[in-house]
Design a binder for this molecule. Structure first.
Ligand SMILES: Nc1nc2c(c(=O)[nH]1)N[C@H]1C(S)=C(S)[C@@H](COP(=O)(O)OP(=O)(O)OC[C@H]3O[C@@H](n4cnc5c(=O)[nH]c(N)nc54)[C@H](O)[C@@H]3O)O[C@H]1N2
Ligand SMILES: Nc1nc2c(c(=O)[nH]1)N[C@H]1C(S)=C(S)[C@@H](COP(=O)(O)OP(=O)(O)OC[C@H]3O[C@@H](n4cnc5c(=O)[nH]c(N)nc54)[C@H](O)[C@@H]3O)O[C@H]1N2
Ligand code: SF4
Ligand SMILES: [Mo]
Length: 733
């Protein structure tokens, strides 16, 4: 398969938690759905896991009374999330019972008009099935149908969406991941795959660097482990172009010029070599190409150069180089933000090499930690359906017949250029390209060119607005599923805590309905099963290997609490790297074969232009998960409107003052948004956190070009997007 894919209150811990971890009691005044008395006789509890694309994948306890979800709490049996949730997690009842939920299947005519009418499930399925059969007849295959699914819900049973498409025949698929592909390839070239230390093991680190990682917002449950280490004197360093919430808690914050992390790491490496702090024994025994890289550094890298490139003073580079190399074990956590650049993967490779040269790989309290997929070995039963007999597929260059893969990270373009046959119909589920993809104007144009668009979602968003039919999706409290994390090592299940609301159905149930209709219209036209309860579908995802890893005999044991995989705390502690040479490949022939430098050497960052001199960074928001959550009432109260953060020096240059409406624009498009003047950014970078606000057309991606990052193709099928290499001009609106 392609990689798509605590309890604490006190001391230093509370300082961070008060910013980021909300106590649910803050919200229990709302009489409608949150005033729950957990001791009540009629109160039932269920186990759930937050299925969002979030490092934390929290275990939750769901309180249900008379069939109504009253409250959601953190699950104390989950050893990483330890009984706490983020604001988004506590807000789940507001999401489940939001008046804005899509309640019924609806059709819009004409598309984009806003003229929606409620239709029955039967009419919806009939219209969709007839369209599929019509396209198949006209083009001789189902390749004109394109699936775009990503991270709305990462549950394993939700791979039934891919399964639904497979059961129709060979289709066109948006392949890749916008999250982390460049870094995955970097670690694949270096170590053979991505495989991080157990994040709970960060308590054993004597020195921690968060490199382009905003944990206080995007992975909040790691903070208590980091703080526990700090109680024993561990120093926390944060490297980010923005003074984030995480940076504000650090012992040392380093404001780096964006996309120059490789230069900083090379400068550090030079100083480590000059002072002979290199762990030669580890590096030479476990890697290939190390001496070649050292020669390159001695020849090409100086501290003056590194300082000038990165904007980091020389003495600070020397300080962190010395401390990182001499305080063992030292842990690095490389975030996904810092690899969203044209040289992002290469920068990760250089940071990996720093970990190798200091002997921090394979050690408890160490590691260059990025992510993992070690606990994702499920059956993917819902995903695996054979194409109907006689299906015609896409013939790949190596002669294999199958689906036609296009680039998820250049979706508008790649859909539009298909010609043999063209893409005519989109099936969108767990995905909001209208808001999350680069170049929104191109997305709009591409959607407008389609014959038919079906979107399955729980909320009316920008993508739904561009669809012909919308089908109402259940929330994870209305469904059975199993969830693994790409960061910690816990696995838990989602129980069906409440019945599906209104007429909503899970994505698998939709597959079942579609199959019934397709086969009624044309027998044998769809292989998706037409039966099975949601719990039976869940049961089919487990296998002896997974059960053994989790120490269970049956998935039902997960109802008693999530389980942690039986794994060593330090990744790579067995020294068995998964590269072709079975060693860490500082020199990677595979990278070279793919047109990349074989060694972790410096690759230039993208520069601004005279016309668009200001970098526009659009990282991940605190109270939203992309286009999810910010639309809810609690979030709109907490954070009512979007902003663009501008350094006062830059603002003065353009005559902008606090609260002015500002136009942020480039050749692709513009957004108009309120200015917030702050010194948390630098004078050449403006910042807006991407998310979807209710009743607002704010969307940073109108300005964002689909520029590829340098890596991703090797392990994920396509390169990533250089989201943070975006340049704009600003003016008072
Ligand atoms: N400018 C900018 N753009 C970015 C990024 C950035 O940093 N800057 N980050 C990128 C990254 S890393 C990512 S991961 C993407 C995220 O892109 P997406 O995966 O598209 O993002 P979401 O908004 O989380 O989810 C999409 C939709 O899934 C729906 N959904 C939730 N649960 C279900 C379900 O069970 N079934 C169905 N059918 N639908 C469901 C939600 O309501 C939502 O509308 O955005 C990318 N876009
Ligand atoms: N609250 C919340 N949590 C989330 C998400 C969310 O939307 N909201 N999204 C989830 C998903 S899908 C993902 S992929 C992860 C992403 O998690 P993170 O990796 O933490 O994501 P970002 O916030 O995009 O980027 C992290 C930091 O990288 C910094 N950065 C950008 N460019 C550079 C650079 O060149 N160098 C350095 N050193 N730093 C740089 C940004 O300023 C930002 O502070 O988070 C997940 N968790
Ligand atoms: S969004 Fe992340 S931190 Fe918040 S409840 Fe879900 S998994 Fe936990
Ligand atoms: Mo992501």
């Amino acid at each position: 398969m392609k990689l798509s894919r605590r309890k604490f209150l006190g001391g230093a811990v509370a300082a961070v938690s008060s910013l980021t971890l909300f106590n649910f009691k803050m919200f229990t005044n709302s009489p409608s759905v949150n005033a729950a008395d957990p001791t009540s006789d009629t109160m039932k509890t269920f186990r759930n896991v937050c299925p969002r694309n979030c490092y934390d994948t929290c275990g939750t306890i769901t309180y249900v009374q008379d069939g109504i979800l009253k409250k959601v709490e953190g699950d104390p049996k989950h050893g990483y999330t330890n009984g706490k949730l983020c604001l988004k997690g506590y807000a789940y009842p507001r999401r489940v019972y939001s008046p804005d939920r899509i309640k019924y299947p609806m059709k819009q005519s004409p598309r984009g008009s806003g003229n929606w009418t409620r239709i029955s499930w039967d009419e919806a399925m009939d219209t969709i099935a007839k369209k599929i059969l019509d396209l198949k007849k006209r083009y001789g295959s189902t390749l004109p149908i394109c699936l775009d699914k990503y991270s709305g819900n990462f549950g394993i049973v939700h791979y039934g969406i891919e399964g639904t498409m497979s059961s129709l025949g060979y289709t066109t698929r948006a392949l890749g991941t916008p999250c982390w592909p460049a870094g995955i390839d970097a670690q694949t070239y270096d170590f053979g795959t991505l495989y991080n230390n157990d994040p709970e093991d960060m308590v054993n680190a004597k020195y921690i660097i968060l490199w382009g990682q905003n944990a206080a917002w995007t992975a909040i449950h790691s903070i208590p482990f980091i703080n526990k280490a700090r109680e024993h004197g561990t120093k926390l360093v944060v490297i980010d172009p923005i003074v984030t919430s995480t940076a504000s808690k650090a012992d040392l914050y380093i404001q780096i010029n964006p996309s120059t992390d490789g230069a900083l790491a090379l400068g550090m490496a030079r100083y480590i070599i000059d002072n002979n702090w290199v762990d030669w024994e580890y590096a030479r025994a476990n890697s290939i190409g190390f001496d070649e890289w050292v020669d390159y550094i001695k020849k090409d890298i100086t501290l003056d150069w590194a300082s000038e490139k990165t904007g980091v003073p020389k003495d600070i580079i020397m300080e962190i180089a010395r401390e990182y190399a001499t305080t063992k074990p030292a842990s690095m956590w490389v975030g996904y933000g810092m690899q969203r650049h044209v040289n992002g993967g290469q920068n990760v490779r250089i940071i990996d090499a720093l970990g190798v040269m200091t002997g921090n790989i394979g050690k408890s309290g160490g590691g260059v930690n990025y992510g993992h997929l070690e606990t994702w070995g499920f059956n993917y039963n819902a995903m695996t359906n054979p194409a109907p007999k006689g299906s015609k597929g896409f013939i790949s260059p190596d002669g294999k017949e199958g689906d036609r893969n296009i680039n998820m990270n250049n979706f508008a373009h790649d859909v539009s250029v298909q010609s043999d046959p063209p893409v005519k119909m989109l099936w969108i589920a767990c995905r909001n390209p209208g808001s999350q993809d680069p170049d929104t104007h191109a997305i709009e144009k591409m959607f407008a060119s389609m014959e038919f668009v079906v979107t399955v979602d729980s909320f009316f968003n920008k993508t739904v607005e561009m669809s012909d039919i919308v089908l109402p999706a259940t929330t994870h409290f209305e469904d059975w599923d199993v969830m693994a994390s790409y960061w910690h090592y816990w696995v838990g299940i989602n129980q069906r805590a409440i019945d599906p609301l209104y007429e909503s159905k899970s994505d698998v149930e939709i597959g079942i309905e579609l199959s019934k209709k397709m086969n009624a219209l044309e027998s044998g036209s769809c292989t998706f099963p037409t039966s099975g309860t949601p719990e039976e579908w869940l049961a089919k995802e487990f296998n002896p290997g997974m059960n053994q890893m989790l120490g269970i005999k049956d998935y039902k044991e997960l109802i008693d609490g999530p389980r942690k995989a039986n794994m060593p705390p330090a990744s790579w502690s067995d020294g068995k790297f998964r590269t072709p040479s079975k060693k860490i490949e500082i020199h990677s022939e595979l990278a070279k074969k793919n047109g990349l430098p074989a060694l972790p050497i410096w690759v230039e960052e993208m520069k601004n232009s005279a016309k668009y001199p200001i970098r526009f960074m659009t990282p991940h928001p605190q109270h939203a998960l992309h286009s999810q959550f910010q639309n809810l009432d609690w979030m709109m109260t907490t954070n009512p409107e979007p902003k663009v953060e501008i350094h006062p020096v830059l603002a003065a240059k353009y005559g902008i003052t606090e609260g002015n409406m500002v136009k942020v624009y480039n050749d692709l498009g513009s957004i108009t948004v309120k200015a917030h003047l702050t010194r948390t950014t630098s004078p050449n970078v403006v910042v807006s956190y991407e998310s979807w606000y209710k009743n607002s057309n704010f969307n940073v991606n109108y300005t964002l070009k689909a520029t590829p990052s340098d890596m991703g193709k090797q392990a994920t099928g396509n390169n990533g997007v250089a989201f943070h290499d975006n340049f704009v001009m600003i003016e008072k609106a």
